[in-house]
Design a protein around this ligand. Sequence first.
Ligand SMILES: [Zn+2]
Length: 282
Amino acid sequence: MSMLWFRLYVLLLSPLTWLVFVMGATIGSFLNVCIYRIPLGTFFKHHRSVCRGCAAEIPFYLNIPILSWIFLRGKARCCGMSLGLQYPLVELLTGLLFVVIYWRFPFVTLGDEGAAWDGANMLRCVHAAIFCSLLLVCSVIDMRLMIIPDVISLPMIALSPLVVYLHPDLDWPSALIGVFAGGGSLYAVAWLYWLIRREVGMGMGDVKLLAAIGGWLGYQAIVPTVFFGSLLGAIGGVLMMAASRRLTLRTAIPFGPFLALGAIIHLILGPYIQELMLRYSS
Ligand SMILES: [Zn+2]
């Protein structure tokens, strides 16, 4: 165990970790723009950052990830509109995600003999960073509006053959099976629910999201994703019911964020979890 803590300590001290965090937080800032503009259909309308309250242009020094929000104490300078906690949280989360992805697939390592470069890990890192960013945008939109935008999930499905072609460990048959197994299994659940209760229990957005996850990670990821997603969804649902008394068993909670979290847990921690399970099952 002490070895693990030592490795963590070394990683935290590494300047590359901090560089990756700053990169992630900056991309998180862009993801916030996507989260607001994609549901409104105004993604390509403004090139510069504008205030959502009064449409004033935001100067670059008030657009620094996380720090600007703290400096402005969560209020826009131009019109005083409250800037929700979502802004710094998405930036922080993207930064942390990128760091964890980099630790999982270190493409540059600094050693005594200078920097060592790993091309295959670079590809794994880029793949994981794009995948997690897209899922993060879908999750926050789903939490706010209870929809998963087709403009993200459908292109993800369509691009999955190219994605797995560029990835060092994935192949197109497993991606193709992943799309159909992922989409098909949730579609079957939705259909059964409708047969039994005659109401829509699961949205088609979740079906397309799991198809996209299967396409980007291969069919091997479907069972772990649904397992972690359902487990966390159940825990999350109980916690949300405990926190607010208005919720009942019939209150709809978005499943997309939990599916996304399940997929990310599998992507980052999959091999470690498998190792643990093998150790305790034998
Ligand atoms: Zn304003």
